[in-house]
Design a protein around this ligand. Structure first.
Ligand SMILES: [Mg+2]
Ligand SMILES: [Zn+2]
Length: 236
């Protein structure tokens, strides 16, 4: 376990989830781009894969293809996006067990906030990139905060590391290129899509599942095992 140098509490868990394509069934940012983007927004992906532009720059260029019509974009998202089955159960489980559940996203704040409220999950903590609607354009901004890598617009690793430093065991779930950097830092990894392919290609262990039942069972086993160790890990 990656506990060296840290006072890790084996019974204290946090679950960090990517939003697009993880909390949601499909990538909401991509759905909006496919529907509203001016021009070919996918042309930036090969440039990112070739290392010509960074992940952060790729996302910025893609989202700059969206029109500055926030209400229309949000209405489309709430009509078409679907919550992944089991997320509500996971949220209930975490609440009941005092487990921190938080979304770390490189998507845009307005649709994440709007969709979570729409699904009755407005109480969940989340961080994401900021969509600024100015002069007819959508420009990405970022919340002030600690950044430890430049792989994505919003640094997911910074939050993961912060929780590890505070003694949490961190379960991380994701599906895309912005999840590749934080993935190996997690104690338990749930992967789908491009992240799953990356894990398989690099012999990284992960849970492969399309709902959240498996992650609940793993955390319960982890908590039970910590209890069986007889440590005082439960006093938090
Ligand atoms: Mg994703
Ligand atoms: Zn990183």
């Amino acid at each position: 376990m990656a506990a060296s140098g840290r006072d890790v509490d084996l019974a204290k868990w946090a679950v960090l989830l990517d939003f697009d394509g993880t909390v949601t069934e499909r990538d909401v940012g991509e759905m909006l781009l496919d529907t509203f983007a001016a021009g070919d927004w996918r042309k930036f992906v090969p440039m990112r894969k070739a290392g010509i532009i960074s992940g952060r720059e790729c996302l910025e260029r893609e989202f700059a293809c969206l029109p500055a019509r926030k209400e229309e974009l949000l209405a489309y998202a709430t009509t078409h996006a679907r919550l992944r089955p089991g997320l509500q159960t996971l949220a209930d489980f975490c609440e009941k067990r005092g487990i921190l559940l938080e979304i770390v996203s490189c998507g845009l704040d307005f649709y994440i906030e709007g969709l979570l409220n729409h699904w009755g999950l407005g109480r969940l903590r989340w961080t994401a990139a900021k969509a600024n609607f100015v002069n007819g354009h959508l420009a990405m901004g970022y919340a002030e905060g600690h950044r430890i890598c430049e792989t994505a617009g919003h640094c997911k690793c910074a939050r993961l590391e912060q929780l590890k430093d505070r003694g949490y065991m961190v379960a991380y779930g994701g599906d895309g290129f912005t999840d590749i950097c934080p993935a190996p830092k997690a104690d338990l990894l749930m992967a789908r899509g491009a992240l799953k392919e990356h894990c398989e290609a690099n012999a990284m262990s992960f849970i492969s599942c399309d709902d959240f039942g498996e992650i609940i069972r793993h955390i319960e086993r982890g908590i039970a095992a910590a209890g069986a160790l007889g440590s005082d890990a439960r006093h938090t």
